[in-house]
Design a protein around this ligand. Sequence first.
Ligand code: UDP
Length: 502
Amino acid sequence: MIRLIDIEVEHTIEEYATDTVLRDSVRTMQNAVTDDVAALDGRTVWMVNSTASGGGVAEMMPKLVGLFRALGIDAEWAVIDVDEPVFFEFTKGIHNLLHGAGDPDLVDHERSIYEATSRSVADELEDHIAPEDVLVVHDPQPLAAGSMVADALNVPAVWRCHIGSEEHSEKSRTAWEFLRPWIADYDRTVFTLPAYVPAFLETEADIIPPAIDPFSAKNRRLKPQEAATVLARADLIDTDHPVERFDQPARRLQADGTFAPATDPDDIGLLFRPTICQISRWDGLKGFVPLLRGFAELKRDVREDVDASVKTAANGGDDSTDSERSAAHRQRIEDARLLLVGPDPSSVADDPEGRQALENLEEEWLALDPEVRSDVAVVVMPPDQHDSALVINALQRCSSVVAQNSLQEGFGLTVTEAMWKRAVLMGADTGGISAQIRDGEDGRLVPDSGDPASVARTLDDVLGSPERWDDWSYSAQRHVTDTYLVFEQVTRWLDTLGELVD
Ligand code: UDP
């Protein structure tokens, strides 16, 4: 029922501090947490969640626990190992209700399985935890078990909700009403953004946004030749030089509906053409389709623009009066390519919604007129997690613009990752994306990400403003360095936990 996860500490605090961009953040963390570390002396901080792999929480946990330990805190990561499908169907149902979807009739049979399973998990957790320890429970799956432990042992306890929904509906209220009595046994709660805190928790909630590890495979510095090598190993660029291909490289959607090496039917041009790239799970809410339509609209618009100026020139007129775009701006749009990237289809094999989202995108792409279609590549990642992390890293570094056109977004780590790399960002004006990108300061926000015309206008503006790219990307990296690196996250956590035990 409970599995303790081994944590390999990959980097010491001093290794992080040798990086000049990180040094200040690391030292600030060390100075800020001294009292909290002292307050936690003699206690173990228990992080409890429902999975050891897959998803942002599992990815973040070893970094957080590793840094806690590096700071001298005794910390453990426990995963609830429940072999009861109904339990997870029920918690998935609660998750969907919090987002305003699904059936609000909570079936008594499922509800009682959730409670009975939580009881068994709690019994086992109680054998590990001492009354002076601190319990941090993540998301609804272990919520009830954690509340039973907190109640039985009277340990200080925090519930961390990673679900980011501003939804206020009958459905979300049903889910919160179900969770509320369990939450009541916790001393504090933690949410990603203030907008996600339900009214009944307003006075007890702390805000701790997610964060990235700047030394992870997905975010570490890559020299240009390293990035190019990763892309060549993934078949994302053509090269005559010998490279050791990944066992399963990336693949690209072809006109016959199959997936083939991403260098077919041509080199995408990642190293030399202006590339707009979005990397996300295959999910309708990630806004791939309106991004594709907006890109196609901009391409058509500029072609008409060019045709008109050719006519004007042929008639002996001055072409510059016909368009607000400079020749370089127009050329940039003409040369631009759009790269839509997501996980290998095996990741959605047992996820009907994900499969449907990928199929919808495939249909949209196949229906494009061939001229525009040749400028859009739909690419699936290598299935291996480490290879795909490196590919994400290289793609975000090589793209002219990183887009995240989500229709809704709890936080949007892809945005954080790209901002950290000093990419030029174009994100949707929603949820966590607009919390990260300050419009006109760190990049641009698409006012209405579901509307292709709004996407086209914003992209046109981004591609027409190269003189602002350096300012945006510099500011974006500063913003992430100050706010969304793991060091700031650790500081905020220790602030919450130190206060709790003090
Ligand atoms: N990601 C990935 N493979 C993919 C697409 C995305 O590993 O094919 C990563 C991405 O780099 C980011 C995370 O998955 O770290 C997605 O987090 P985000 O907050 O952007 O969205 P979520 O998927 O949690 O809705």
